[in-house]
Design a protein around this ligand. Structure first.
Ligand code: AHG
Ligand code: MN
Ligand code: MN
Length: 338
């Protein structure tokens, strides 16, 4: 029998330390986990579930082509969580507007935002994907849930997490008391604590960025990557390594394991289109920033702390620089100087 702590035991013990905890967040998280297990099963079937593969022939509100698995994962997430009685509403990358919990189900006081399948361009090539989520409280006195109720800064998150569908399935979670990682035991269906109290090393020499866009970047980002490329011969005085999976979940997971800096900066093409970045604030940047900060790292747009941004739109996009604190601080310093 495994001696490891199960997610349920871990979260129940954490709840016991909070005399006023009602168990509602635990209840909600268990349903989120069950959604993630179903999505893990779905993505794990790969080409065997041929009918689930390929393009859905539709676009999301952001004009991105939806894959069938994006939509199936979104539906699974909704089905698995909406009945549980702890949610008032949900918002997702794959839905133009928020979904209020239908009246047939009991309604709670939590809101959830999620990216049902992050890195979905990697589905066709059997590379890691994941699910990202962020839990907020419904503002006091609100009964009819609308998009505007989700427009809360990242600092107000109650909980954030992701599930990585990689060589193993892992859940990484924070409720504001550090970050813990759990691995799915496929033989029992339990998530077991395998990475307690994750801390990101403050220094790193590993960066993660889609460098093919460098000609479109702003000067501070160009300067930083140029200096990384100069390695030990340049002003940073050390050689760098580069990794880019193109699934934010996998790239962030790597830096939680061994340090690193992940960047998806603003570029001229986005400026021309009037969008604030590529990654979405409410279900990508904020939850990942909460996790990274709770693990001792930093998360910034280059100009400001991501979790301080007051959102203005459900699908708002922001530039993202996050990871090992000394390295993020360096990039922020270059932006300040510019
Ligand atoms: P999604 O699949 O949910 O749309 O997110 C993809 C995101 C993120 O996971 C990744 O870091 C980035 O897009 C990759 O972008 P590029 O293809 O421009 O490198
Ligand atoms: Mn995504
Ligand atoms: Mn997605």
């Amino acid at each position: 029998m495994s001696q490891r702590t199960s997610f349920y035991k871990f979260i129940s013990e954490e709840q016991r330390e909070h005399p006023f905890a009602s168990g509602k967040l635990t209840g909600l998280l268990l349903e989120v986990l069950s959604a993630c297990k179903k999505i893990a099963h779905l993505t794990g079937n790969g080409e065997l579930a041929n009918e689930a593969m390929g393009s859905a022939g539709s676009e999301n509100v952001q004009g991105e082509t939806q894959k069938k698995l994006d939509i199936l994962s979104n539906d699974l997430f909704i089905e698995s969580t909406e009945w549980c009685g702890y949610l008032a509403g949900m918002a997702s990358e794959e839905m133009d507007h928020c979904r209020q919990i239908p009246a047939v189900f009991p309604r709670g006081r939590y809101l959830i935002t999620f990216d049902p399948l992050d890195g979905s361009s990697n589905i066709d090539i059997n590379v890691s994907v994941g699910t990202i989520f962020s839990i907020l409280e419904l503002p006091e006195g609100v009964e009819d849930v609308k998009d505007e109720h989700f427009l809360q800064s990242g600092a107000k998150q109650v909980c954030a997490g992701y599930c990585l569908y990689g060589t193993s399935t892992m859940l990484v979670l924070t409720t504001g008391r550090g970050v813990n990682g759990f691995t799915l035991d496929p033989s029992t269906g339990d998530f077991l604590l395998t990475m307690p109290d994750i801390k990101i090393p403050v220094d790193t020499n590993e960066y993660s960025i889609n460098q093919s866009y460098s000609r479109h970047w702003q000067p501070p980002m160009k300067r930083y990557i140029d200096e990384c490329l100069q390695g030990a011969d340049g002003p940073l005085g050390k050689d760098y390594n580069m990794r880019w999976v193109a699934s934010m979940v996998a790239d962030v997971h790597r830096l939680l394991c061994r340090g690193g800096i992940f960047m998806y900066p603003m570029d001229q093409r986005m400026e021309a289109k009037g969008v604030g970045g590529k990654l979405r604030l409410l279900y990508e940047a904020n939850p990942m920033s909460f996790i990274v900060e709770q693990a001792g790292g930093m998360a910034s747009t280059g100009y400001e702390r991501i979790m301080d941004i007051e959102p203005t739109a459900l699908h708002q996009r922001v530039p993202v620089v996050l990871g090992s604190s000394n390295e993020v601080e360096r990039v922020v310093g270059y932006h300040r100087q510019a």
